[in-house]
Design a protein around this ligand. Structure first.
Ligand SMILES: [Zn+2]
Length: 304
């Protein structure tokens, strides 16, 4: 009697152990094999392959029909990765096609968009609000249409906006650092010698108004840091008066309009109602160091 009870306990604990082993191993065993998807197939797996190919930069329609064009794109995808280029999507191809999805990438995006005042919840959900914000940001920054966020959009997002600070008024490659500390004739400002047609960018986000007269095709940005930034002698203006621009946004091209003796960008910074010397600010932007506030910039010492 005693021993048979012991036997039952022993068998019972063995069963429990078996159950634990089964429950630990069974989830892996329960995953289905990668499906084979090939020419002639239709349905959601085909659409998924097509969307993922598009994600990897291939050009095709996600129509759920695995036709000749999809086959060609699968072969190209396989060739580029040294896989057997048979146009059949099996385990090797699937594992290279799929991408890890996580909400932190969207949170990173929402955090950046909020620098520009979109006021999104940082919830990791790529919902209609976030998509609309992306579309709007891209449109305002000439980054194309749609809500795809690629490398260029990330660059624009991280490089500008509140807390993102300031942008050089022209491409960094246009002039050496030594051009940003030159004094200006007569009054606090700076003249940057640039060929006509050089891109001009908003040093700081704000509202655009037009300036004329001796300034030629001029733009004044009443910026969100309390200062105003005046661009003179532009060859073209890419933003309308009244437009909100963000830091680093393309606003036109430099030129030689108005009272000017040669192609250059004349730039003024005004804060507290007085013109300031922009040199220190521009050098800090160029160097990527902490940018002094416009109100801290000197009002003299940059003229000759
Ligand atoms: Zn000047």
């Amino acid at each position: 009697m005693f021993s048979s009870r012991r036997f039952v306990v022993t068998v019972g604990s063995f069963m429990l152990t078996l159950l634990v082993i089964l429950s630990v191993t069974s989830p892996a065993a329960a995953i289905a094999n990668w499906p084979l998807v090939r020419q002639g197939n239709t349905g959601p797996n085909v659409a998924t392959v097509q969307f993922l190919l598009r994600h990897h930069g291939h050009s095709l329609t996600a129509d759920s029909q695995f036709g000749a064009h999809t086959h060609t794109q699968v072969v190209a995808f396989q060739q580029a990765r040294g896989l057997t280029a048979d146009g059949i999507v099996g385990s090797d191809t699937w594992t290279r096609l799929v991408v890890t999805l996580n909400n932190d990438a969207v949170r990173a995006l929402q955090t950046q968009l909020n620098k520009y005042g979109y006021g999104l919840g940082v919830d990791g959900a790529f919902g209609p609000g976030t998509q609309a914000a992306v579309t709007d940001f891209k449109q305002k920054n000439f980054l194309g249409s749609g809500s795809t966020v690629g490398s260029t959009t990330w660059q624009a997002l991280t490089g500008g906006g509140a807390g993102g600070g300031y942008s050089l008024p022209i491409p960094r490659s246009t002039l050496p650092r030594s051009e940003y500390d030159d004094p200006h004739h007569d009054y606090p400002a700076i003249d940057l010698p640039t060929y006509t047609g050089t891109s001009a960018y908003a040093i700081r986000g704000g509202t655009v108004s037009y300036v004329g007269g001796g300034c030629g095709y001029g733009i004044l940005i009443s910026a969100n840091d309390g200062a105003s930034y005046k661009y003179c002698h532009l060859n073209s203006r890419a933003v309308s008066s009244g437009t909100q621009v963000s830091t680093g946004q393309y606003i036109g091209t430099t030129g030689n309009t108005g009272h000017s003796t040669g192609p250059h960008l004349h730039l003024e910074v005004k804060s507290g109602g007085v013109l300031r010397c922009p040199q220190r600010m521009l050098l800090a932007i160029y160097d990527g160091t902490s940018v002094p506030s416009p109100s801290s910039l000197p009002t003299s010492g940059c003229t000759y």
